[in-house]
Design a protein around this ligand. Structure first.
Ligand code: BG6
Length: 506
């Protein structure tokens, strides 16, 4: 593997400290990185190299250090360096160029640089332009890759403008848009579950599937991120990116190969087939909610409007549930229900495929301790795994049928270190593998779907924001989205089990 320099803009910020430096350290420890690598931190704050090393590495609460490995730590720390610049000043990038040339020589890198924009989004167009002004985008003596963090725009128009700006200075194949959900092993495993097995795919369509649910729950509240979150909300923060990507993995057609563009082409096609929700249908198909104060385990939890940085009359959704259809041969008529929220009872992300009833009911309904519908539950996090729910006869007279489960826990597969999403994604960008990165066109496509919902909320203030007490499964009205007689949302607990728990909280 050739050498590489990670150039992190916004290097003294939260993301760099919590995720990026720890991920680079883990990759280094696991010997996944090339021997000749270096990290150049850049931001406005004035640190010396040593102060930077202390802040992001030695004093980091996000890095576990083996006290005996002092020499290895020093070797790693020596590869970290830092320069302060005014990030929006083109002339300051001469310093960046000089620092890169020095590091390149010192560590024999060979001209391969990753520019990681871990900055506020307003700098996403400035930094690439400034890099280009100093030819740092040109791949003359090595490769140059640009990694951009979400948000990729604020709506369709700004997303298109951002893509255009990025593509002015870098080719699309140099741009890596991070959606950390794509780095999660279990999201990738959705493709393996579907396309490496002969038993699921024949059933994976409108003939056998009644509906699909995706739940993404977080038990944390917005906390001190109120200022950011209030401008974003669940639709922009989670749905437009992470959840649409999961939908694409669940519903896309088989790609012709596992190559990046083959997969990304199918995902794009899928996103293009989602039926747009008309503004006038938004109240029927989209439920928005906001958590209200509650007492959980004896502790008082603030409501969203009481959080720091959130206006008293905010309408920002901390919960959304969306019902939509995919207009293609595979999915015609199959409803998809997707919900996401903060301050819910637990942290869990799950895909539930609910299969249709058997065509003829042989056993009496009242003998069923079971809801008839087989379900395949794909647990994205935590306690990752897969669970198939089906009915079995209870021993004894008659035909009492009970719900049972057959499960696979991801942890049984291996005891090797499962890389965190950022580790996997950083490694892929070094290899030049963009499979797990979002392509510009699909980012725009998912904004295209989300936009009428945003417009409806903007244009029609009468659309309700339903309150839900923190620690519950969101507004009760969300269950009305699922009209099926005997199936509703599966409210999972953190363990992967057949039971629908927490009903007492909803
Ligand atoms: C981020 C959102 O993209 O994803 C956060 O901005 C959210 O609001 C986080 O908490 C959830 O990620 P994970 O990996 O913990 O599910």
């Amino acid at each position: 593997m050739n050498g590489v320099i990670f150039v992190i803009f916004g290097a003294s910020g939260d993301l760099a400290i919590r995720k990026l430096i720890p991920a680079i350290f883990e990759l280094h420890q696991g010997k996944y990185l090339p021997e000749n690598f270096a990290v150049l931190g850049i931001s406005r704050s004035k640190y010396s190299d040593d102060e930077f090393r202390k802040k992001v590495f030695y004093d980091s609460e996000f890095i576990e250090m083996d006290k005996k490995a002092k020499k290895e730590h020093k070797d790693f720390a020596d590869k970290l360096s830092y320069i302060p610049i005014q990030t929006s000043e083109t002339k300051d990038y001469a310093k960046v160029k000089k620092a890169l040339a020095k590091l390149d020589k010192q560590f024999e890198i060979g001209g391969n640089y990753i520019f990681y924009l871990s900055t506020p989004p307003f700098l996403y167009t400035t930094i690439p332009a400034c890099l280009a002004a100093h030819d740092l985008n040109e791949e003359k003596d090595g490769w140059r890759r640009l990694v951009v963090e979400k948000p990729f725009g604020y709506d369709l128009e700004t997303a298109e403008a951002l893509n255009k700006d990025l593509q002015t200075h870098f080719d699309e194949n140099q741009i890596y848009r991070i959606d950390h959900y794509l780095g999660k092993e279990t999201v990738q495993n959705l493709l393996v579950t579907r396309f490496a097995n002969g038993i699921f795919e024949p059933l994976w369509n409108r003939n056998y599937i009644e509906h699909v649910q995706i739940t993404n729950a977080e038990n944390l509240t917005v906390g001190n991120r109120g200022g950011y979150y209030d401008k974003s909300g669940a639709l922009r923060d989670m749905f437009q990116n992470h959840l649409m990507q999961i939908v694409a993995h669940v519903a896309m057609e088989p790609p012709i190969s596992a190559e990046a563009n083959a997969i990304r082409n199918e995902k794009l096609k899928l996103l293009q087939s989602i039926r747009p929700i008309k503004e006038s249908d938004v109240p029927k198909q989209v439920i928005r909610g906001q958590y209200t104060p509650a007492t959980i385990d004896g502790k008082k939890v603030k409501g969203y409007r009481q959080e720091e940085g959130v206006p008293d009359d905010s309408k920002t959704a901390t919960f959304i549930a969306v019902k939509f259809f995919i207009d293609n041969w595979r999915w015609a008529g199959v409803p998809f229900y997707v919900r996401s929220g903060k301050a819910l009872p637990t942290k869990v992300t799950e895909v539930v495929i609910t299969f249709k009833d058997p065509p003829h009911a042989l056993f009496r309904k009242e003998d069923m301790v079971y809801n008839d519908n087989n379900q395949l539950i794909i647990r994205i996090q935590p306690n990752e795994g897969l669970l198939l729910k089906f009915g079995m006869k209870v021993p004894g007279a008659g035909f009492e049928v009970k719900d049972v489960g057959m499960d696979f826990q991801y942890s049984d597969l291996t005891n090797v270190h499962v890389p965190a999403a950022y580790e996997r994604l950083l490694l892929d960008v070094i290899k030049g593998d963009a499979t797990l990165y979002a392509r510009g066109d699909s980012v725009e496509e998912s904004w295209r779907f989300v936009e009428p919902i945003l417009n409806a909320w903007e244009n029609n203030p009468k659309i309700k924001v339903y309150g839900y007490p923190a620690g519950t499964w969101g507004p009760a009205v969300a269950s009305k989205l699922i009209e099926s007689d005997d199936v509703t949302w599966r409210n999972p607990c953190s363990e992967l089990t057949t039971g629908d728990n927490f009903s007492e909280l909803s």
